[in-house]
Design a protein around this ligand. Structure first.
Ligand SMILES: [Fe+2]
Length: 372
């Protein structure tokens, strides 16, 4: 018997940051992990007594085990009952580790030598419209010594509350909006064609796909500023996509982006976008019949084109949101491609188990080469 569907955190929407802080009585006994620009602008005056930790102090870019270790050293003497993550994917994923009974050595959590055991309440407030991490039970970080990102997924990493506050997205620069929302679109699409998808997850995937693509069409027509009228839609889409992939899983696109995203510090959503079309072209070639046809007909309807033109139209639309680059433009060297392939085949089984169709090592290498 297979579990079909689960949504763990209670999801709230707040009209303002002040409303959230008052309702949740944020203050003494709370540890807030966040970013100074967000905190100073929206939360400082409403969170007196709370301990505040800025991720920025521990490094820029994607999260690493070294950052988690350093944060742990600084907070272990601070008494707190709740962890409140206010930020993007890096902050959210690290917060999922900070609520565990034993945090260090982090690498032993990922190797399953230390078991996870949630001992603190976790509240997540996303400030981007992409990760969906507020509703999933996975934390992805780079294990520095191994030079790759890995995900740790257990029920102990679910938040107790996910709080959506659209006003927080108003300050999101267009590039961050683009990379995070493309990540959400890829969550929705990968989970839609996952073998673990079912009618419950498909509803969330499809809703997210439609919201994001319709938003992109409006932005392509009216310009970047049009996004400000769409933030509630994008935040909803990102959470819907999170619910979908939290249940049905992400797959090859995420698995293949992780080695080079970690090594070259490419933002997660951007790295996924680089890989996305290569994987879906291979899927279509290898297994043209099946679930991908349902996906193509949804995309064709939203993009007002025939099923055969879907990927051309989709690429043209996405290129207006985030111009795509080749792997070599990020500094990747051709001789690294077999190494990445090996990492995907040996370390990313959690994700590749959800591939729409089997991709063997030769096929994975061919996809990397086509994107090089
Ligand atoms: Fe993602």
């Amino acid at each position: 018997m297979l579990q079909q569907f689960r949504v763990m955190p209670a999801i709230y929407q707040a009209d303002s940051c002040r409303e959230f802080c008052e309702e949740f009585q944020v203050g003494a006994g709370d540890l807030i992990l966040t970013d100074p620009a967000i905190f100073d602008g929206y939360f400082d005056v409403y969170t007196k007594g709370a301990a505040v930790v800025y991720l920025k102090k521990y490094g820029e870019g994607e999260p690493t085990d070294l950052m988690v270790e350093a944060i742990y050293q600084d907070i272990k003497g601070i008494p707190h009952k709740r962890v409140i993550a206010i930020g993007g994917g890096s902050i959210i994923d690290i917060a999922k580790l900070l609520v565990q009974e034993t945090i260090s050595p982090v690498v032993q959590l990922y190797d399953k030598i230390i078991p996870t055991k949630k001992v603190k309440e976790l509240i997540i407030v996303p400030t981007t419209c992409g990760t969906g991490s507020e509703v999933t039970s996975v934390a992805v970080i780079e294990l520095t010594a191994r030079k790759t990102k890995l995900g740790l997924q257990t029920d102990d990493e679910f938040a107790d509350y996910a709080v959506l506050i659209p006003e927080l997205l108003d300050g999101l620069p267009f590039k961050f909006f683009a990379t995070s929302s493309i990540d959400a679109l890829i969550h929705a699409i990968e989970s839609f064609v996952s073998p673990k998808a079912n009618p419950f997850t498909e509803m969330y995937s499809e809703k997210a796909i439609r919201l994001i693509l319709n938003g992109y069409l409006k932005i392509a027509e009216e310009g970047e500023e049009a996004r400000f009228t769409l933030m509630e839609d994008f935040l909803l889409a990102s959470t819907c996509a999170g619910i979908a992939f939290g249940n049905a899983g992400c797959a090859a696109v995420h698995a293949m982006s992780m080695p080079f995203s970690g090594a070259y510090h490419v933002p997660h959503g951007e790295a996924n976008y680089v890989i996305f079309t290569g994987v879906f072209k291979a899927y279509r070639r290898l297994q043209p019949e099946g679930k991908i046809q349902q996906l193509d007909s949804i995309l064709a309807e939203v993009l007002s084109c025939g099923p055969d033109d879907v990927y051309k139209k989709l690429e043209a639309l996405l290129d207006k949101i985030l111009p795509k680059q080749f792997l070599h433009e990020y500094g990747v060297k051709e001789e690294e491609l077999p190494v990445y392939t090996d990492v995907v085949m040996t370390k990313q089984g959690r994700l590749t188990a959800n591939n729409y169709t089997k991709l063997d090592a030769d096929e994975v290498l061919r996809i990397y080469q086509s994107l090089f």
